[in-house]
Design a protein around this ligand. Sequence first.
Ligand code: NAP
Length: 263
Amino acid sequence: MELNLKDKTAIIAGASKGIGASTAFELAKEGCNIVLVARNKEKLEQLERKIYSKYQVKILSIATDIRDISNCELVNQTSISSFSKIDILINSVGASQGGIFWEIDDHIWEESFDLKVLGTIKMIKAVLPDMIKRKSGRIVNIIGNTGKQPSPRLLPGSSANAALLTINKGLGEELAPHGIVVNAINPGPTKTERWVKLMEKLSKDTNRRIEEIENDFIRDIPLNKLAKPEDIAKIVIFLASDAAANMTGTCITADGGWTKGIV
Ligand SMILES: NC(=O)c1ccc[n+]([C@@H]2O[C@H](COP(=O)([O-])OP(=O)(O)OC[C@H]3O[C@@H](n4cnc5c(N)ncnc54)[C@H](OP(=O)(O)O)[C@@H]3O)[C@@H](O)[C@H]2O)c1
């Protein structure tokens, strides 16, 4: 299958670990130049070295916090100065905590929306003017299937995901006349650092062992396992590529069959 990603340039917001880092490897494997964005400079530099030693694509690392729109604009400007244009934006930032609804502090809700929903919106707003001018661009949002099937113990993240699914659909229609497509992936439980932290928090809140809580999730997943970050990254690559030529405003569920409704 012709992905046509060679010599394209992709910004990955949330690149230092998890699904974002796996996506960076997969894009580099296809010859795509990449801009790695996250807050932890050291982690980004380590990742940059690893990817470069394997695939020798051009890589720019920008350590910044995407909750501030001026940082997102700087990411866009710096990337354009280095690569002349940005073809692809991948949004993979989010760190919502879970818990029992009446015990979740207000700041958890605020942080969840501030980072995942508003951070994604700000990154998209930052890259759009140039994409609109060039009438070309692909945006891929990593959202989460709890936006469609809320998980009672993960409501801050589930609500943020529901908001992003709406934005993903509406923007797909809004941007289509401008030559820009917007698509999403809804991963189910995926074994990343974020997932491990969520399990630790739920274990502390409910006084149950992590394995027990994780097994409750796995029992409900027909494929009977957590996804690996690279399982999700491979679908990101598809949506970022010309292979997904006739798709916009849509969302691919990759959850091992976890979601019970028709998706
Ligand atoms: N893992 C799952 O089970 C799962 C399931 C469904 C959906 N998702 C979604 O998939 C996305 C990626 O999840 P993941 O599990 O790969 O998470 P992760 O391993 O925690 O990675 C999150 C990335 O975001 C970066 N980040 C966090 N805050 C940031 C900020 N303010 N500014 C810039 N970068 C920031 C982190 O790096 P720094 O900390 O260095 O900034 C890291 O690179 C999230 O939106 C998540 O909700 C995950």
